[in-house]
Design a binder for this molecule. Structure first.
Ligand code: UD2
Ligand code: MN
Length: 613
C-alpha cells in the first residue's frame, strides 16, 4: 500500500533544500529576464526606418551652446549619459581589428554582450557603433540592390569623363574612412578615377596624422591628402578639394560611405550626356548600430520643409510615371541631400561653386540645388547608382561659433539669395534664422544670380516642384476654424505622425498667426496641405454614417481633394460631397469626420488668410 507518511518525509529533505535555493533561483531568473529584455531593446534599436532620415538636426533638437553638444536623437540617448566617457586613449587610438567574415555581404555585425559597455562608450566618439565598424574588413562585400537591367547599361564606360573623388572629413574613424576609400577602389573602373582626394578639416586624432599619410602611399589608386589646420567646415573643405582636383568631373562623398557595384559608371554617364546635370546616387542606409547595408526606399525624391530641412517625399507625378516606365532612367529631384554627388568640374565653378560665406555644416545642399535649377542646370538621381551612407542621429563634432553662426546663418543666406518672397515666409516661422539674417553680406551671391540671369523661386516651385506645400498667391494660406467649437484645424504632432503613419485630423484652440501647426495651404486643385507634405485625407467610398478624416502623406489622389463653399461655409470632400464635421465619438478618436451635409454649425468653417510675404 502506498505510505503517504513515509512518502512525505522522504520528500521533506529535497523540499527544504529547494526552499533554501529559492532566493538564488529567483535572482538567476531576474537576471535572465533582464538580459533578454536588454537584448530585445538592443535589436529594436537596430531597426532603421528611412522616414527618420534627416529628421535629426531640427531646430528644436539642437542644444545650442558654444562647443556645442549637439545631442539630438534618442538612440542610446539616455543611456549615453550613464556610460562613462570614452577615454582619451579610446578616442585617439585606431582600434581597427577586422574579423574576416564580419559584415560580409552587408550583413549586420553582432557585438558580444560582454563588450556592451565598451561599445556604448565608443559609440559616443563618432555617434555610430565604432566597435562594430572596427570589426568589419575594409573590403567587405556588399549586396547589389540595382535593377537587373542596370548591369548591362554602361558597357561603354571607357568613353565617359574621368573624375576626382573628393572626401572631406573631420575626426572620422579610420575604419569608416578607409572603408569608403576601399569601396571606391574595389568597385570603380580605375580608368575613370583620376585620383582620390582626402581633405582633412583640422582633425585632432593621432591616427589621422602620420599613419594616414603613410597608409595612402600604398593605395592602388593615387590618393592625395590636403589638410586644413584651421577648422573650415565641410563647405570650404570641399572647395579646397575641388580647386586641387585634376579630373574632369568632381565626385563628392561623405567619409562614411560604401559604394556598390556600378555606382560610378551610372553617375558619369549622366554627365557625359549633359554637363549641366548634377547627379546623385540613390543613398542606401548603413545602419549606425549594426553596420548592416540596408536598401533604402524607392519612389522618393529630395525636397525640404518649411524650416528648410531636407526631406525625402513621394515622387512627383511626372517622375513617378517615368519610374514606372523605366526604373533605370535618371529622374529629376527638387533638391539633393548634399553629401554624395557628381558634377562637371568646369560647370561647378561656372555656376558658382559653393557660397564661401557658409560655415561648417548645413544649408549648402539647398543653396546648390536652388542655384543649379534656377540658373539653368538640373539635379537628378541615377537609380543605377547606389551608395550606402551612415545616417547618424546626432552630430559627433563641435559647431564652432554655435548653431546660430553655422546652420542658421547658412540657411538665412539660402533664403536671402534664392527664395525671393518665400524668404520672408521662412523668416516668419524660423526665428533663429531670422535673427541671423541682418548679419549676412550676400552681395557677391546676389551679383552671381543676376549675372547668370537665374530664374525666380516662383519658377522653381511651379516647374520643378509643382507638388510643393508652400503658400503662393493663387492659393489660400492661413487658418481653418470650426465655428461651432471656435477651434482650428491643426497638424498632428510629430509623434502622431511618426508613430502612426496616418494622423487623425483634429481641431485645437487657435493661437495666432505665428503658430505654425495651425497654418494650412489650400490649392486651386483642392488639396488642403501643410508642412512636410501632409494632406487632409478622407475615404472616397460612401459608406453609411460618418467616415474618419486623417492628415497623411500627400498623394495627389482625389481622396485628398476638397472644395470650400463660401456661402454655406462648408468644406466638402470633392468626390462624394460629404461635409467636414467634428465628432465627439470615441470611435473616431474625437477627430474629424466627413458626413452628410446637414447645415449644422459643427459643419461650418472659416478660412482665415494669414499674410506670409
Ligand atoms: C548631410 C550630408 C552632408 C552635408 C550635410 C549638410 C548626405 C549623406 N550628407 O549631413 O554631406 O551636405 O547634410 O551640410 O547627404 N565635415 C567636415 N568638417 C566639418 C563638418 C563635417 O569636414 O566641420 C565632414 C564630415 O566628416 C563628413 C561630411 O563633412 O565627411 C558631412 O558631414 P556629416 O556626415 O556630419 O553630415 P550628414 O551626413 O549628417
Ligand atoms: Mn554623413
Amino acid at each position: 500500500m502506498f505510505d503517504r507518511f513515509r512518502f512525505s518525509t522522504m520528500l521533506a529533505g529535497p523540499v527544504r533544500r529547494f526552499k533554501r535555493l529559492l532566493p538564488v533561483l529567483f535572482f538567476f531568473l531576474t537576471f535572465v529576464i533582464f538580459f533578454v529584455w536588454k537584448l530585445i531593446q538592443f535589436t529594436k534599436q537596430n531597426e532603421v526606418h528611412p522616414k527618420h532620415l534627416f529628421r535629426k538636426k531640427s531646430a528644436e533638437d539642437f542644444n545650442d551652446n558654444y562647443r556645442i553638444k549637439v545631442i539630438i536623437g534618442h538612440y542610446v540617448g539616455n543611456s549615453i549619459d550613464k556610460v562613462p566617457n570614452a577615454t582619451k586613449e579610446m578616442i585617439n587610438q585606431n582600434n581597427f581589428n577586422p574579423i574576416p567574415s564580419a559584415g560580409k555581404n552587408g550583413r549586420p555585425v553582432v557585438v558580444d554582450s560582454k563588450d556592451f559597455l565598451k561599445m556604448r562608450q565608443m559609440y559616443q566618439i563618432n555617434r555610430f557603433n565604432l566597435l562594430a565598424s572596427d570589426k568589419i574588413p575594409l573590403n567587405r562585400s556588399l549586396p547589389d540592390f540595382r535593377r537587373k537591367k542596370c548591369s548591362g547599361l554602361f558597357s561603354d564606360y571607357r568613353t565617359y569623363p574621368n573624375t576626382s573623388i573628393i572626401i572631406v572629413f573631420h575626426n572620422e574613424a579610420w575604419s569608416t574612412l578607409f572603408r569608403t576609400v576601399w569601396s571606391v577602389i574595389n568597385r570603380s573602373p580605375h580608368e575613370l578615377v583620376e585620383e582620390i582626394i582626402l581633405v582633412d578639416d583640422a582633425s585632432e586624432r593621432d591616427f589621422l596624422k602620420k599613419p594616414l599619410e603613410d597608409y595612402i602611399k600604398a593605395l592602388p589608386i593615387k590618393t592625395r591628402l590636403l589638410r586644413s589646420f584651421q577648422r573650415i567646415g565641410l563647405i570650404k573643405a570641399r572647395l579646397k578639394g575641388a580647386l586641387a582636383a585634376k579630373g574632369e568631373v568632381l565626385t563628392f562623398l561623405d567619409a562614411h560611405c560604401e559604394c556598390t557595384i556600378g555606382w560610378l559608371e551610372s553617375l558619369l554617364s549622366v554627365i557625359k550626356e549633359d554637363k549641366k546635370t548634377v547627379v546623385c546616387p540613390v543613398i542606401d542606409i548603413i545602419n549606425d548600430d549594426t553596420f548592416a547595408y540596408v536598401k533604402s526606399f524607392e519612389l522618393h525624391w529630395g525636397a525640404f520643409n518649411w524650416n528648410l530641412q531636407f526631406r525625402w517625399y513621394t515622387l512627383g507625378g511626372k517622375e513617378m510615371k517615368l519610374r514606372k516606365k523605366d526604373a533605370t532612367l535618371p529622374f529629376n529631384t527638387p533638391a539633393m541631400a548634399g553629401g554624395l554627388f557628381a558634377i562637371d568640374k568646369q560647370f561647378f565653378f561656372d555656376i558658382g561653386a559653393y557660397d564661401e560665406g557658409m560655415n561648417i555644416w548645413g544649408g549648402e545642399n539647398l543653396e546648390m540645388s536652388f542655384r543649379i535649377w534656377q540658373c539653368g542646370g538640373q539635379v537628378q538621381i541615377a537609380p543605377c547608382s547606389r551608395v550606402g551612407h551612415i545616417f547618424r542621429k546626432s552630430s559627433p563634432y563641435s559647431f564652432p561659433g554655435g548653431i546660430d553662426k553655422t546652420l542658421y546663418s547658412n540657411l538665412a543666406r539660402v533664403a536671402l539669395v534664392w527664395m525671393d518672397d518665400w524668404a520672408n515666409f521662412y523668416f516668419k516661422y524660423n526665428q533663429e534664422a531670422s535673427r541671423m539674417k541682418n548679419n549676412q553680406n550676400v552681395t557677391a551671391r546676389m551679383d552671381l544670380r543676376k549675372r547668370m540671369q537665374c530664374k525666380s523661386f516662383e519658377w522653381y516651385l511651379d516647374n520643378i516642384w509643382p507638388q510643393h506645400f508652400f503658400p503662393k498667391d493663387d492659393r489660400f494660406f492661413g487658418r481653418i476654424r470650426n465655428l461651432a467649437e471656435d477651434k482650428c484645424l491643426i497638424k498632428p504632432d510629430k509623434k502622431g505622425l511618426s508613430n502612426q503613419p496616418m494622423g487623425i485630423a483634429k481641431i485645437e484652440k487657435c493661437f495666432g498667426d505665428d503658430f505654425i501647426v495651425e497654418m494650412f495651404v489650400m490649392t486651386l486643385e483642392g488639396f488642403i496641405m501643410t508642412d512636410d507634405s501632409v494632406c487632409l485625407d478622407a475615404p472616397e467610398k460612401i459608406g453609411t454614417g460618418p467616415q474618419k478624416v486623417r492628415i497623411t502623406a500627400c498623394s495627389g489622389f482625389s481622396r485628398q481633394k476638397w472644395e470650400y463653399d463660401h456661402e454655406n461655409k462648408e468644406l466638402r470632400h470633392m468626390s462624394n460631397h460629404k461635409c467636414l464635421d467634428i465628432s465627439k465619438s470615441k470611435e473616431f478618436s474625437e477627430g474629424l469626420v466627413i458626413t452628410d451635409c446637414n447645415g449644422s454649425k459643427s459643419q461650418k468653417w472659416t478660412l482665415e488668410e494669414v499674410k506670409w510675404k
